[in-house]
Design a protein around this ligand. Structure first.
Ligand SMILES: *Cc1c(COP(=O)(O)O)cnc(C)c1O
Length: 372
């Protein structure tokens, strides 16, 4: 029966609202949150101080042009600030790009297990999200190119990808770009770029500077530890920057967020500590979980995608419930089409050790223990 009252555009009611990583275990008991790929070391002390210092000025509108923040990003990455757009998280920038470049009857292309926001942003704009199959949980350049049609407006690539942790090499990225028509925008979402050490990785920054149809997005939510403040940015061709400057809200990034982001960017020591922590514990957790017999997909980011056997009592659902009962919150992956997997962020040392201990007990407790 039709609901009385105003009706949204087609596509809107197909959206299942994005559900962030849970912050509490069932029953509200305190728990270790490993469900949202946040920085386990917390924010930089300098960022906290900068945030606090803004408290006396909360009655003032923020600098809508993010002048100081763009200058700081420009210095750090050797970029012309005029090529930068800041947003309330990179999520806002994803939405702005889709709304500006796509609409009803047009297509947004992403890989099958790509970051969920691309699909949601497409539906919100009335556009059609199109998923290209992956190969071994990795974006497949040929499969993506094969799905480009005259209706394709944007190709989104998270590199590295959340939730799979896989990445395309610079060479693969360039091949993807080379195969796209000039009027298709390639958005390289490099939210985890700071974590990647692989020499063949390319965040897409150079492409975004060289090409008229490439942008790269970054965020202060992950390595920089400022997820609560919602600050992201992108670099792109002048024409795309111009479009976003026309369509964004005039004060889309709050001043405490801008100030904290500038301070976080200057705190190289905190960034290095976060990277070193991840470099130590990502391989450790991967090896420990593998030796429990679980399938752990290779990851270059700050989380692991862990696959559980498809057996009642030992599957991902049971593992999720068990972890929560023992005070650890992973991220279930059903919404990503990966119902057999959980995504587990790298935590503090004690958290990581606890994950191994709790999952070892889980596998031991399950029926037919030892068959793995
Ligand atoms: C976390 C994440 C983001 C979101 O970042 P915000 O800046 O917090 O909006 C974007 N892309 C990917 C792939 C992510 O995992």
């Amino acid at each position: 029966m039709p609901v009385p009252g105003p009706r949204p555009r087609p596509g809107i009611l197909e959206i299942s609202p994005y559900v962030g990583g849970k912050a509490e275990a069932a029953g509200g008991a305190p728990a270790v949150k490993l469900s949202a790929n946040e920085n386990p070391l917390g924010p930089s002390p300098a960022a906290i101080a900068a945030y606090r210092a803004e408290a006396q000025r909360l009655h003032r509108y923020p600098d809508g042009a993010c002048t100081t923040l763009k200058a700081a990003i420009g210095r750090r990455f050797n970029l012309d600030p005029a090529r930068i757009v800041c947003g309330a998280g990179s999520d806002e920038l994803i939405g702005l790009l889709v709304r500006a470049y796509a609409g009803p009857g047009e297509e947004i292309l992403h890989s099958a297990h790509g970051f969920l926001m691309y699909r949601l942003a497409a539906l919100a704009a009335g556009a059609l999200p199109v998923a290209a199959p992956e190969r071994d949980l990795k974006a497949d350049v040929d499969a993506l190119l094969a799905r480009v049609t005259s209706r394709t407006r944007i190709v989104f690539l998270a590199n590295p990808n959340n939730p799979t942790g896989s990445y395309l090499t610079g060479e693969e990225l360039r091949r993807l770009h080379a195969g796209l028509p000039d009027d298709v925008l390639l958005v390289v979402d490099a939210a985890y770029a700071e974590y990647v050490s692989a020499p063949d990785y390319d965040s897409g920054l150079a492409l975004a500077l060289e090409q008229p149809n490439v942008v790269m997005t970054r965020t202060f939510s992950k390595l920089f530890g400022l997820a609560a403040l919602r600050v992201g940015w992108l670099v792109g061709p002048p024409a795309v920057v111009d479009v976003l400057e026309r369509t964004r809200g005039p004060f889309n990034v709050g001043q405490p967020g801008q100030a904290a982001a500038v301070a976080a960017l200057d705190d190289l020591e905190h960034q290095a500590a976060a990277k070193a922590h991840n470099d130590r514990w990502l391989p450790w957790l991967r090896d420990q979980l593998s030796s429990l017999g679980l399938i752990v997909h290779p990851s270059v980011a700050n989380f692991l995608l862990v696959e559980f056997p498809r057996e009642p009592g030992r599957d991902a659902r049971a593992a999720e419930a068990w972890l929560e009962r023992h005070g650890i919150i992973p991220r279930a992956m059903g919404a990503y089409g990966l119902p057999d997997a959980l995504r587990i962020s790298i935590g503090l040392e004690a958290d990581n050790r606890r994950v191994v201990e709790v999952l070892a007990a889980f596998l031991h407790s399950a029926p037919h223990a030892g068959v793995l």
